[in-house]
Design a protein around this ligand. Structure first.
Ligand SMILES: [Zn+2]
Length: 139
């Protein structure tokens, strides 16, 4: 996830201005804001309606007037990419740290099991044996 915040930072850091404090402090604040926005996008996707606008509002004072449009465009581009990345993971039923959001097994009715998997497992307690079967086959 942080590849996106670092990309934004790399593109925009050279344009950061001194604003009350020195430019170095502003660059650190910029990176922190980018990372916080990515964090929120990853964990709170559905309630984070306008991530690009929110991040832009947070960091715009670090840039000169003449850079504002470019800053917004860079943020908007990477936020869109990050949003697609998060959506893709959610469709696969996998959270960003790689752990599944719900049990990967099917119930006897053939519908997906809705139970929460055990930590570090793809399956809930009642389907845990499936993972052991896979492990046994792989070995
Ligand atoms: Zn299950």
């Amino acid at each position: 996830m942080y590849q996106f915040s670092r990309s934004i930072y790399r593109e925009l850091a050279p344009e950061v201005i001194e604003d009350g404090r020195d430019a170095h402090a502003n660059r650190i604040a910029l990176l922190k804001s980018c990372e916080a926005a990515m964090e929120r996008l990853a964990t709170d996707r559905h309630y984070f309606a306008k991530p690009a606008r929110t991040l832009f509002r947070d960091v715009r004072t670090y840039f000169p007037m003449t850079s504002q449009l470019r800053v917004y465009r860079v943020i908007d581009r990477y936020m869109a990419l990050a949003g697609e990345y998060v959506d893709r993971h959610m469709q696969e039923g996998v959270s960003l740290d790689g752990s599944p959001l719900s049990c990967h097994a099917s119930t006897r009715k053939g519908t997906p099991c809705q139970r929460v998997p055990l930590p570090g497992s793809k399956y809930c307690p009642s389907h845990k044996h499936l993972e052991e079967d896979i492990a046994a086959t792989a070995a």
